[in-house]
Design a protein around this ligand. Structure first.
Ligand SMILES: [Zn+2]
Length: 177
């Protein structure tokens, strides 16, 4: 829901920008009422560093307050997935393996995830593909007229990482993981 800023692919980039160019996170409009004037409203801390030391946690996320309706919203960089704990790169790996025909069992084994998680992500991708593909194709005609899930995502992930595709869908007001 317009929560993602289409920049800052790594946590290190995000941590630098949130100090040096905090204005790059400010939304142009309030996501609740559409008003055009939002004030910076501090930060909240989020566990976003999944590396073994997790030394970057808690990662600050910028918050904004609407001068009209008084509600707050926050903006995430590309490197933080809004609603899943796992990193985008791992999700992209899992989905790519499935797209290339690996079995659910092998994908779970290779990635160290449970079969339930792999099954849930895969089902989500297949169920959402008609809507996602329609919107992404209207923005990127080069994604072509591929009709099935496999060829669409192979074309899409060859053009952009999963996090960027999701950020474009977020801009179209879809709820992304
Ligand atoms: Zn508002």
């Amino acid at each position: 829901m317009r929560r993602i800023v289409r920049a800052f692919l790594s946590l290190e980039q995000h941590l630098r920008s949130i100090v040096s160019t905090p204005q790059s996170y400010r939304p142009s409009h309030c996501p609740h009422c559409g008003f055009g004037g939002l004030w910076a409203h501090g930060f909240y801390g989020r566990k976003a560093d999944r590396s073994s030391g997790a030394r970057l946690n808690p990662v600050p996320v910028a918050r904004f307050c609407c001068q009209s309706c008084g509600r707050t919203c926050s903006r995430l960089p590309l490197c933080i997935c809004p609603r899943r704990w796992y990193a985008w790169a791992l999700q992209q790996l899992v989905l790519s393996l499935m797209l290339f025909g690996l079995s659910l069992r092998s994908t779970a084994k290779v990635t160290g995830l449970s079969r339930n998680t792999v099954r849930r992500w895969w089902r989500w991708l297949r169920e959402r593909t008609p809507v996602f593909a329609f919107l992404l194709r209207s923005r990127f005609p080069e994604l072509g007229r591929t009709t099935d899930t496999m060829s669409f995502w192979q074309a899409c992930l060859a053009c952009m990482p999963l996090c960027m595709a999701m950020a474009w869908l977020d801009l179209d007001d879809l709820s992304v993981p």
